[in-house]
Every structure is written in C-alpha cells, then in structure tokens.
Design a protein around this ligand. Structure first.
Ligand SMILES: Cc1cc2nc3c(=O)[nH]c(=O)nc-3n(C[C@H](O)[C@H](O)[C@H](O)COP(=O)(O)O)c2cc1C
Length: 371
C-alpha cells in the first residue's frame, strides 16, 4: 500500500520536478542525500520496517554468497561507494560499486547524462567518472555491509594510445588494491564492456580476453568474479567470449551493458538526435539482454551464474529474466523512471508470480522458459 502510494507520488510529482533539472546535478544530489540518510539509524529503521521483507522464497546462495533477494544495484549509479549504508533499507539484495579504475577520472566532457523519456532510457557518456581505486578502497575500509557488495573494475580511461599489456597491468593493479585492503566486499565485476572509453583496447577478441583472464587467474582472488558483458556483439562473438570465460576462474557473466546501436527500435529517433555522444540504458537494452541471458543459459547455464541486467522497470520484467536463465538481477534506469521503491515493489510482488507458476523458491524458476 505504502509502496504503491509512494510510487505514484514519485511518478506524478517528484519525477516531474527532477526532470526539470540537469540529470547529473540531480544524480549527485540524490547520492548526497542517500549518503547522509545512510548515516541516520532511525531513518534506516523506519524505511526497513516499511520496505524490507525477509522472504525465504527469494533467498539464494550463489557463488558462496548469501543473497536475501535477487535485485541488485548495477554498476554506474554509486561510482564512489557512497550509498552502501542506505541501499539495504530500500530492500536491495546486493549492490555494485563503480566501475572503479586504477587512476581517478573526472569524466568525459559534458554532457555525460541525458534523459530520453519516450524511449524509457538514459544517455550515458560518463567514461568511468570515479575517484580511483585507492581513494575508494580507503573509503570502504572498516565499513560493514548488510548486503553483498561488489567492486566493479575497469581500465583507466586515458586519451593516450595504450598497449594491451599496459591495459592489463592497469586492471590488475586495481584488483590488487582491493584484494590487499581487506574490505568486506563479496565479489568483483570485471567490466570489459564500457562503450564510452578512449583508446584502442578491446577485450572482445578471444585472444585478448584470454590474455586478460589468464593474468587475473594468477592473482588467485579471494572473491568470485563476474564479467560485465557487451550486448552489441553478434551471438557468435559472444559465444567465442563465453568459450574463453569458462576456461578461467570466473563465477559468472552479467548481460549486459549499454546499447550502442542508435537505430535500436526502442529508441525514439528525435530523442536520440539530441545526443551526439553516449550510449543508451533502459528499454533499448532489454531485448538483447534477454536474448543473451537465454543464449548463455542454454550454452553454459551449468558452468556460469548469469546475472540479468537491462530494462527492468517492473516485476514482470524481472521475472522474465529469471525464467530466461538469470539467477540474479541488476538495474539502474528503472529507479529513475519508477522511483527508489521499485526494488521493494518487485520483491513484494515476485512471490505472487512464483506461486502462480507453482514454484516455492525463486531458484526453481530460473531458466524454466528455456527448457
Ligand atoms: C548513468 C549510468 C552509468 C553507468 N556506468 C556504468 C559503469 O560504470 N560500469 C558498468 O559496468 N555499467 C555501467 N552502466 C550500465 C549499467 O550498469 C547497466 O548495464 C545498463 O544501464 C542496463 O541496465 P538498466 O537498463 O537497468 O539501466 C551505467 C548505466 C547508467 C544508466
């Protein structure tokens, strides 16, 4: 009841106010508010008592990590680890911080963020705007986290042409910073798929990906690694990447990152024309994300955990990805269009969908549309 009321209030009032202002300004403001609220225990208590539910139906143990529900915050919303204390109160099941790079980066030239309401999408051109691995590791050190926290790592975004070797060294260096810091994080994401970077390095060719993962294996990381995958490559290219991934110590894959294709049928052409740079989140990612979840599940569902990400705006979208083979889910854009209680709403409605299909636990529903 409260969730429905607030969701309507968000969509009719708050969203319309927010959408009058620069998206990056609003994002920074929301992160500041979230960080402050995360320090006030009675605020968290009230939110939790209203929003959080402890449903045994949604719990899973995946890659050795206990998840209280399947909905996580995707990389790209909390770049510097400022929301770690408030997200559990909003009923998130896990969260990814980053993408973090070895060296700090002030972000690509503006505009870095745009709204495409008709397309239910955001234009993203951040290029890993973050304070760098050392700063963020210091910030997170000593904190405890109520839900599993992941560190997303990518290559530092620099304009100079790089070699494959130096790019790998840069990535390994970030892993080492976090591995040595004893932060109570639970997993890593290795982001090989950011479409907004300078330089000429690509880890999509199997040989390059293999070289990177061979070096990552050598670090003998203490926490599971998930790879954030692109969605614009062909099935064959994705298959080649998966064939490499399963030969390494990788727990799973996330499908996927942003939509690069400006002609995607979900994108309104007049909205796209406003942005010369950037790639697109939300609805334009949904179809390909779903295709690749089922593709990966059919091929390697027994070897890789699949995390579904892209265009989740309601419980139906979330459940669809689970039935296509995703064990866990991540989102960002849905929060912007539907409001911050979207996660609590999905978690409250998922058990009903499970029951309708005759499942008791969420784990029973994974991949059932594929068999
Ligand atoms: C503002 C913004 C910034 C993003 N930055 C990153 C990033 O740094 N690393 C990453 O792996 N994905 C990043 N993404 C992609 C998201 O993690 C996600 O894959 C994509 O937006 C699809 O999910 P959604 O439709 O729920 O937003 C970003 C997305 C948005 C909207």
């Amino acid at each position: 009841m409260l969730i429905s009321f607030y969701s309507i209030f968000y969509k009719i009032v708050l969203k319309n106010i927010f959408f009058q202002f620069d998206p990056e300004l609003i994002h920074d403001l929301i992160v500041k508010i979230g960080e402050t609220q995360g320090k006030i225990s009675f605020v968290k208590k009230i939110l939790k008592s209203r929003l959080s539910r402890d449903s045994s139906q949604l719990k899973q143990k995946i890659a050795g990590i206990e998840f209280r529900n399947p909905i996580g915050l995707a990389a790209g919303f909390d770049y510097n680890g400022e929301l770690t204390q408030i997200l559990p109160a909003l009923d998130f099941g896990f969260q990814t911080v980053g993408t973090i790079t070895n060296h700090p980066y002030e972000g690509n030239p503006k505009p870095r963020l745009g709204r495409l309401p008709k397309s239910r999408s955001l234009m993203v051109n951040k290029g890993f705007k973050n304070k760098g691995a050392a700063w963020i590791a210091r910030k997170l050190a000593g904190q405890t986290f109520e839900i599993p926290l992941g560190i997303s790592i990518g290559k530092t975004n620099i304009k100079q042409r790089e070699t494959q070797k130096s790019a790998i060294e840069d990535i390994l260096s970030s892993f080492c910073t976090f591995e040595d810091s004893n932060i109570k994080s639970s997993y890593y994401e290795l982001n090989v798929s950011c479409p907004n970077l300078f330089g000429n390095i690509s880890f999509y060719p199997p040989k390059n990906l293999s070289e990177l993962l061979t070096e990552v294996d050598k670090l003998k990381l203490k926490k599971p690694v998930f790879i954030k995958m692109p969605i614009n490559e062909t099935d064959k290219q994705i298959e080649d990447m998966l064939d490499i991934i399963v030969r390494h110590k990788i727990a799973g894959v996330i499908f996927g990152n942003l939509q690069k294709d400006r002609k995607d049928s979900s994108l309104d052409s007049s909205e796209v024309a406003k942005w010369k740079m950037g790639n697109f989140s939300g609805l334009p990612t949904k179809k390909r994300s779903n295709e690749l979840i089922s593709f990966a599940y059919k091929k390697y569902g027994n070897k890789l955990v699949i995390i579904g990400c892209g265009g989740i705006f309601n419980t139906g979208d979330a459940y669809q990805k689970i039935k296509l083979g995703a064990s866990l889910l991540q989102l960002i854009t849905g929060l912007i269009y539907e409001g911050p209680l979207l996660v609590a709403k999905i978690n409250s409605e998922l058990p009903k969908l499970l029951k309708k299909d005759g499942f008791k636990y969420i784990s029973e529903a994974i991949g059932t549309d594929i068999l």
